[in-house]
Design a protein around this ligand. Structure first.
Ligand SMILES: [Zn+2]
Ligand SMILES: [Zn+2]
Length: 360
């Protein structure tokens, strides 16, 4: 949006040409400290600031330093307006940032036409997205975005890879509460952050006012995105917004999305086949252990049996990747014999099971 910052000499009343400048702003940074809603913040942003004392400026016409006024004027507005809410304030004493967690309210529909330097009636904007910082510290926390699907007015919460429906309300529909407008409105006037909702400290509200439609408020929203109402531009709301918005996505973004989707499908496929293979090998391994164990007991009258190290047998049975060959050294002495003292760490194995283990 085009913004003019103008300086006016209080003595001669002339605007400074050197210091007045036109700038193209991507977003408006609004103060919220001590202010309770978007209208107040915009009033503050566009208010006339006095430049006195140390802040005097030197007027080209008066040829001296004079008192002056500084103001910001909006010359034009883009299709999407971003408001950065200054929730983080710098504390010079501690050189740290502090988060302002007071409740701040904003309308579902915003008239920006009256804010233009040449006021116009057809600049109505609809709330399109809210960026939220969860947490009380300024330099940590968690970020989520609430975004409206403009084709149907449905709101969604984007929390990392988790996307959940909020219904037709930017902070989710609250069943049982929505019918009680009076209750909501009285809560909406509560003082800063004093009302916590449920298990987190975030606090969001909705209230109805007669002139500007629905009002919402949040203690954590730090950026608001408003999109110019399509009603406004075309006279009537167009029915093919979905088509229009899809084809209006830049080609390189569509390509990136397609590539990401393809690689996701690919990775999911690889994961599933890896999982199937692993399950199959675990199953096979179980069968192998089972077949040896069932044949392990040597019958009392069977003469041919073998002693096997219990440690080794456990290792062989319990590991997905078993040791390759039988190792009886744990139960043998240095001469290769089996001392009687090792009787507790060995097991008698039938010849059949022994053969099976040996052939692995
Ligand atoms: Zn002057
Ligand atoms: Zn020995």
């Amino acid at each position: 949006m085009l913004v003019i910052i103008c300086l006016r000499c209080s003595s001669c009343g002339r605007d400074s040409e050197a210091s007045s400048k036109m700038e193209d702003f991507y977003e408006l940074e609004l103060n919220i400290k001590g202010l309770s809603n978007l209208e107040e913040s915009l009033d503050d942003y566009l208010s006339v600031e006095a430049l006195n004392g140390e802040n005097q400026y030197s007027c080209e016409s008066c040829q001296k330093r004079v008192d002056a006024t500084r103001c910001i004027k909006l010359r034009s507005l883009p299709p999407v307006v971003n408001f950065q809410l200054k929730r983080y304030v710098f504390l010079p004493k501690t050189t740290t940032k502090k988060k302002i967690s007071s409740s701040f309210s904003f309308p579902g529909q915003l008239d920006m036409g009256k804010r233009l330097s040449d006021p116009s009636s057809n600049y109505i904007y609809d709330l399109a997205a809210i960026l939220i910082h969860k947490g009380s510290a300024a330099n940590s926390g968690h970020y989520v975005a609430h975004i409206k699907d403009e084709s149907n007015g449905h709101w969604w919460e984007f929390d990392d890879e988790c996307v959940s429906s909020l219904g037709f309300h930017p902070f989710g529909e609250k069943p049982g509460k929505s019918s009680d407008k009076a209750d909501q409105k009285s809560e909406g006037t509560s003082t800063e952050g004093s009302v916590a909702n449920g298990n987190n400290s975030s606090h969001h509200e909705a209230a109805l006012t007669s002139n500007m439609g629905e009002m919402f408020s949040s203690t954590d929203a730090y950026m608001l995105m408003y999109k110019r109402s399509s009603k406004d531009e075309n006279g009537i709301k167009s029915n093919n917004i979905v088509e229009a918005s899809n084809s209006s996505l830049p080609r390189h973004l569509m390509d990136e999305i397609d590539a990401l989707n393809a690689s996701c499908v690919n990775e999911c496929g690889e994961y599933l086949s890896k999982k199937d293979n692993l399950l199959a090998s675990i199953q096979e391994r179980r069968q192998e252990v089972k077949s040896v164990i069932t044949e392990a007991p040597a019958t009392p009258d069977d003469d041919s049996y073998f002693w096997i190290s219990l440690d080794w047998l456990r290792q062989w049975a319990d590991n997905a990747t078993p040791p390759s060959s039988i190792d009886n050294s744990p139960i043998q002495c240095e001469h290769g014999k089996v001392p009687a003292s090792k009787v507790t760490s060995m097991k008698r194995l039938s010849a059949k099971a022994w053969e099976k283990l040996l052939s692995k």
